[in-house]
Design a protein around this ligand. Structure first.
Ligand SMILES: NC(=O)c1ccc[n+]([C@@H]2O[C@H](COP(=O)([O-])OP(=O)(O)OC[C@H]3O[C@@H](n4cnc5c(N)ncnc54)[C@H](OP(=O)(O)O)[C@@H]3O)[C@@H](O)[C@H]2O)c1
Length: 270
């Protein structure tokens, strides 16, 4: 893609899943890419995989729920590439579980992993993004349109993320920073995909998704090129968004009726 060549982007949560695919798409269009995540072994394996494709990403391990590690991520990126043109806040913890059985430590983990990671990183990157009039992208979810049953803390975190983005868009207007929010629908899970459950365990995902990881990555590139503020993905996601606007009572009715269908992998109280 014309325009991203030579630009520097940090992609958080790039040790696997959607973040890894976003990082690869950015490398393919000629961007300088920083990949990050907590799992050093996986991070280095992704870096080596990309190097075999003749790309040279910079890998920086970081737990982004800690502000000081976000600061380090930004400092090392600037020391290496000299600037930051964009931040893709993709890191997150997909989580399921009925609220009455979720331990409070899991609630904190989900809120922190899906909201604070992005808030911390954005805060540290902003001085650099102001210099480049750059882009900050948030990977949200259709779970931010209406609270999903069996995913209350996850929905709350993603809704919080979207409202955080709205505030920034206003505050950063004078600096011409582009703030974008992408809401993927259910993404086809890779075989190693795990979802956090109410008891703190990570379980494999059995259901099929409605879109590919590549489609999310391409949407991020499109969003940056056109400086769009929000993209809701998949026909089901778009319909869900329109219905929630026109007839929220109907959306509530459908969610109440479907919550026990097994579709949401309900975890029963032991
Ligand atoms: N998959 C879907 O169906 C779907 C749908 C809608 C939205 N989304 C959103 O898309 C994003 C990616 O989802 P995914 O399915 O690819 O998830 P995933 O496979 O579980 O990957 C999550 C990534 O986030 C990183 N991460 C988590 N907590 C972190 C922390 N505290 N600090 C740094 N990195 C952290 C993980 O790396 P480490 O474990 O190495 O730290 C990993 O690289 C998430 O924000 C998710 O909410 C996903």
């Amino acid at each position: 893609m014309k325009g991203l060549k030579g630009k520097t982007f940090i992609i958080t949560g790039a040790t696997k899943g959607i973040g890894k695919v976003i990082a690869l798409e950015f490398l393919r269009v000629g961007a300088s890419v920083v990949i990050s995540g907590r799992d050093l072994e996986k991070l280095e394996s992704v870096r080596r995989e990309f190097e075999l494709m003749e790309f040279s990403p910079l890998s920086i391990p970081a737990d982004l729920s800690k502000p000081e590690e976000c600061k380090r991520l930004v400092q090392l990126t600037v020391a290496h590439f000299g600037k930051i043109d964009g931040l893709v806040n993709n890191a997150g913890i997909p989580a399921r579980g009925r609220f009455e059985v979720i331990d409070s430590s899991i609630v904190s983990m989900v809120l922190s992993g899906n909201l604070l990671t992005a808030v911390n990183c954005t805060r540290e990157a902003f001085p650099e993004l102001i210099k480049t009039r750059g882009n900050v992208i948030f990977i949200s979810s259709i779970a931010a349109i209406h609270g999903f049953p069996n995913a209350a803390p996850y929905s709350a975190a993603k809704m919080g993320l979207e409202k955080f983005a709205e505030s920034l868009r206003i505050e950063m207007h004078e600096h011409n920073i582009h703030v974008g929010v992408i809401r993927p629908g259910l993404v086809n899970p890779p075989s190693d995909k795990r979802v956090l459950q109410a008891d703190g365990s990570f379980q494999p995902v059995t259901r099929k998704g409605h879109q590919s990881q590549e489609s999310v990555a391409k949407a991020v590139l499109r969003m940056i090129k056109r400086r769009r503020s929000r993209i809701t993905m998949t026909p089901a996601g778009k319909l869900f968004s329109i219905l929630n606007w026109l007839a929220p009572w109907f959306v509530r009715f459908v969610l109440i009726k479907t919550q026990y269908s097994g579709k949401y992998e309900i975890q029963k109280k032991l």
